[in-house]
Design a protein around this ligand. Sequence first.
Ligand code: MOS
Length: 739
Amino acid sequence: MTIQPSIGTPVSRVDGAMKVTGHALYAGEHQVRGLLYGVVVSAAVARGRIASIDTSRARRTEGVVEVLTHENRPQVPWFDMEEGGSADTTKPPFRVLRDDDILFSGQPIALVVGTSFEAARRGAMLVTASYEETDHNTCLEAALAHRYTPEKKKKSNTIKGDVATASAQAAAKIEQRYRLAMEQHHPLEMHATTVEWHGDGTLTVYDKNQGSQNAQEQLAQAFGYDSDTLKVLNSYVGGAFGSGLRPAYQAYLAMLAAIMLKRSVRVTLTRQQMFTHVHRPACIEDIILACDGESKLTAIALKATTSTSQFETYTENIIGWGPTAYPCANLRLDYGVAAIDTPTPGNMRAPGAATGMNLFEIAMDELAYAKGIDPLALRQANYSDMHGLTGLPYTSKALLDAYREGAERFGWRERKREPRSMRAGTELMGWGMATGIWDALMLKASARATLDERGILTIASAASDIGTGTYTVMAQIAAGALGLPLERIQVSIGDSTLPPAALEGGSSMATSVGAAVDRACGKLAKRLFDTAAQAKDSPLGIVRFDEVEFCEGRMRVIKEPARFIDLRDVVALSGASSMNCEASVDPKKDSTNSKAKNTHAAVFAEVRVDQELGIVRVTRLTLAVAAGRIINPKTARSQILGGAVMGIGMALQEKSLFDHRLGRIMNHSLAEYHIPCNADVYDIDVVFVEEPDSEMSPLGVKGVGEIGIVGTAAAIANAVYHATGKRVRELPITLDMLL
Ligand code: MOS
């Protein structure tokens, strides 16, 4: 059978019109009868306990129905559970309104519920609390004395060879401390939950998250429901970046209120409250790199510490990426965490790699200067076909092609080595580069393909589209597999009752659900063929399955295209109103387990720096990406653009600024927590290099959601050094550091 090629075509978003016309409803937008609105009251101190809380004025406010606090909230199983939602949890996690403990500034201490949002907000302003404060610390530097390595991370702390001797004998070496500031996710859509109370013991929960089934499981367990009585929908999600991997606290508050009042309740966080639930941890890392006369790395020593909260231990892989990309005989890798009085950090786009590899790649740039070699040549000299830590070969690794093609498109050859040697008008100009690396990940997934008598093919899976293009990519794969135009494909995702799919995380969705969709459609194609071939007087005649193709809504004989049958007629032949097949993929069977699986990128950056004001503009970025097969070059490019823009933010803007005396983030608005906007983004050139891969996943896909940020921040930081001659070892690089 020939598959009509539609994988690889740059299809525009199938949900684009729905989104721009407002027809795509997000978690906080669903119309529900008799809806109540909950507004969160946040704690004013960073640590201590609530001595008293006064809700009387709020209760007297017109339109306020109830005020939930730790004193009157309903008892639900959650409050007695040993473990919370996080797989990472080693200490009891934070549970909203459990008791009078204050664990971080901005912690929700009450939910005011009203018949209108305005009434609830008015009431929320009138809730007052007094606290017994205890000492707090929100500074990672100050917490380093209490650094520890959690049990599960001890095995990745490695000593191999002899770093001290190797670096003493090195042709060049560097030894420096690097830092990354705490960052916030800030998707466009704020976290929101609408709980629909049906009155018959069942609930429908519209929640912003990255996996309806995971959210369903967490909420059902916490509140004593099951898969028949509670379902979760996340049909449209306005970005998440990892902030929606587990339900955020407003989901628990909305559930508590709905159960207490037996009513439908919606809770939407404010932008300010978005600073109080999850973030990328701050990091401090000491790096030693040494190389020999041929510029081969001879020693790597990394000692990294990331922040976590006082009540959960969140860890990342910070130290593994550099030594994975560049094999080295002498290693000393040491990772630990230190607890501060903040909410628990969590995964944020390329968690661990965005921090670890970007800091590592700044150090690599320093080593290139110490050795007197071109930064690109240093990477090429240390390229390996093998995973540096495990020694395993790769399923595919076209990084050398990415270096070559990226350098060519950027014009790297024209670069002058010396810092401050290039200018554009009155501005200093700098060119920098870095390597990016991320995991290629496949997770279990299933999908159902149903063709009805109208010839409409419906794809169903509990997958999510967090703005990444899942709807589009799945429609495209299905259209290709059954030779149908896109208009005849419906994609049904974002519903916990659909065939199982994992969280949209780790850049795994296209790889995993894509393969399940393709497989379900393949099974359906075979059933359609069997049905048609067995029919009396089949127009296809006597043919084998491999002698037909699916094209233009028909199944036809490849060698005799005049012999065909319309797929609608096949459904009619089956005697039912529709035909369907379900299929699954499992990484244990569908992805090799004896090879290394990663995506790579070569990132080149140009900055221009105003010498008087220190203002840095990223005027050009080139990202050459090796990420296996690209299903949709348009949506994939958008993913890389998004990652690259986030990389600009990481390099130059994003920083949670604490007032450590208050233990509170001062710049808690999008006016003051800076992220790149249109005026900060100039040319971004994205190219996908050919990378055929038959072992990573059935479709040869590796995933592109995260790789775009890894290396980008470092390439920019390195370009800033090249422009100014000033090495800043702290991200973001703000203009005060350059003056
Ligand atoms: Mo992501 S940080 O893979 O949700």
